[in-house]
Design a protein around this ligand. Structure first.
Ligand code: IFM
Length: 485
């Protein structure tokens, strides 16, 4: 029998999270121009069911209702992202007031309800103008594989910092740069949908550079007390066996999933084995003198997004098809550039509607790993949660016991890591609302609040009530669904 979950301290931060393209809608309002996700989702065959973020949860118009929902839950913080092309429609130049007004109003509404804003600058929605300009703009384009995009990001960071720095004190540069680089330019299951291995590596480097330049830009305009983070989605990579081949497969994936970002950002270096693994693809000459030093900026916290671990092995000799059960969409190209002959295996046991195995030990492992890798750096879980196929009962209520069990087991792992001395300061549940789940459209529901995408009606699920109790008491109630009215 396991011991009782340790309690969380009073100052532990309880939050919920969303991202601009997944919830805002209002895609063409108030001067916003398309991002790469608008273009991608409007391209037939890219997103399940042809779904787009045109309307999403209509958060742009309903944010006051959504903030009121958060206030009812009693959460301390809201993690949201800014749509770059709402603020800088051409991806460059001075910020547009109408775009900023929305975020200012959102932040003021949060503050009025005692909810602390955690602002993420980039959650995957690059202005289309910076990828392949189609508004007759002057941008060179090329997206993240091009160095210029990192400079554009720094300019954007500074503009948003100047506009909102008086009221937002918690900033995140990038969310999950691995997805931007390797799903966007490697497997192509995310926007902009390119399948160019070298471009994916170049993108990874320029995201590292953008992060560093972005931190510098923010620090130059924000008050001293402001905190700057980055949110990574480190993979928990487990070899299927202890054979030398499988252990090496895990090492390769660890390099491409984790160390490619944590190396420069946290340690100011790219590891030799990572560089060597893909030397047949690139000589890495796009890394210029001083880049890794720029990427290595002092941070006030590390955001960790965790959902599921990966089990890998070396692909058997002679196999023509490599198992791509890596939980990242059904693309035929591999996101694991230079490590295409690594097979991914579905761990046994329970799975969420994403097909991701439920394994809270992975979260504990990550917390231990990063507290050792980055001693002294406070950790935040900036995303964790689960998609399930929630259906209403006869009265229209949503009972989601699997999600409650998922949250319970993962929060238990966080509490135990804390009790072992790991400095985890907050937890942001993904997600406040059912929303646009990228290549899966609206078919996967991560919210603790159900959204009817026809009527935009919000209905808190049983998990919302359960989480409210966690946030109120700092303790984990039994993982049984609370009664719904
Ligand atoms: O919905 C996404 C989010 O945008 C980034 N992290 C993973 C979530 C679930 O797939």
């Amino acid at each position: 029998m396991t011991s009782e979950t340790p309690a969380f301290p009073d100052d532990f931060l309880w939050g919920t999270a969303t991202a601009a393209y997944q919830v805002e809608g209002a895609a063409a309002e108030d001067g916003r121009t398309p991002s790469i996700w608008d273009t991608f989702s409007h391209t037939p065959g890219r997103v399940l069911g042809g779904d787009t973020g045109d309307t999403a949860c209509d958060h742009y118009h309903r944010f006051r209702e959504d903030v009121a929902l958060m206030a009812e839950l009693g959460v301390d913080a809201y993690r949201f992202s800014v749509s770059w092309s709402r603020v800088q429609p051409t991806g460059r130049g001075p910020a547009v007031q109408r775009g900023l007004d929305f975020y200012r109003a959102l932040v003021d509404e949060l503050l009025a309800h005692g909810i602390t804003p955690y602002l993420t600058l980039y959650h995957w929605d690059l202005p289309q103008e910076l990828e392949s300009p189609f508004h007759g703009g002057t941008a060179a384009g090329g997206g993240w594989p091009e160095r210029e995009t990192a400079y554009r990001f720094a300019e954007y960071a500074q503009a948003v910092g100047e506009a909102l720095g008086d009221r937002v004190h918690h900033w995140t540069t990038l969310n999950e740069p691995w997805c931007s680089a390797f799903l966007g330019y490697g497997s192509g299951v995310h926007a902009p949908g390119r399948t160019e291995p070298v471009a994916a590596l170049r993108a990874a480097h320029h995201l590292n550079l953008a992060h560093g330049l972005g931190v510098q830009a923010l620090r130059s305009v924000l008050p001293k007390r402001a905190e700057v983070l980055v949110s990574l989605n480190p993979a928990v990579v487990r070899p299927r066996s202890q054979s030398a081949e499988d252990v090496d497969a895990a090492r390769r994936i660890d390099a491409l999933a984790n160390r490619v970002f944590a190396g420069p950002m946290l340690h100011g270096r790219y590891d030799e084995d990572l560089l060597a693994d893909v030397r047949h693809l690139t000589d890495w000459s796009f890394i210029k003198d001083g880049d890794v030093e720029t990427a290595h900026q002092p941070l006030d916290g590390l955001g960790i997004n965790y959902y599921t671990p990966s089990v890998v092995s070396a692909a058997p000799e002679g196999a023509t098809e490599v198992d791509r059960a890596d939980g990242h969409g059904n693309g035929t190209a591999s996101p694991w550039v230079g490590a295409e002959r690594v097979a991914f295996h579905q761990p046994p046991g329970e799975h969420t509607a994403m097909g991701w195995s439920v394994d809270p030990t992975g979260l504990g492992d990550l917390l231990h790993r990063y507290s050792e890798e980055a001693p002294g750096l406070p950790l935040y879980i900036t995303e964790n949660g689960a998609a399930y196929d929630d259906k209403p009962d006869a009265e229209g209520r949503f009972h989601d016991p699997e999600r409650i069990a998922y949250l319970h087991s993962h929060l238990d792992a966080v509490a135990r890591a804390r009790s072992q001395g790991i400095d985890v300061r907050g937890y942001f549940l993904w997600s406040l609302l059912d929303n646009f789940e990228w290549g899966y459209g609206y078919s996967r529901r991560f919210g603790i609040v159900h959204v009817d995408f026809e009527t935009q009606q919000r209905t808190p699920k049983a998990s919302a009530r359960w989480y409210a109790e966690v946030a109120r008491t700092g303790r984990l109630p039994e993982p049984t669904a609370p009664a719904l009215d």
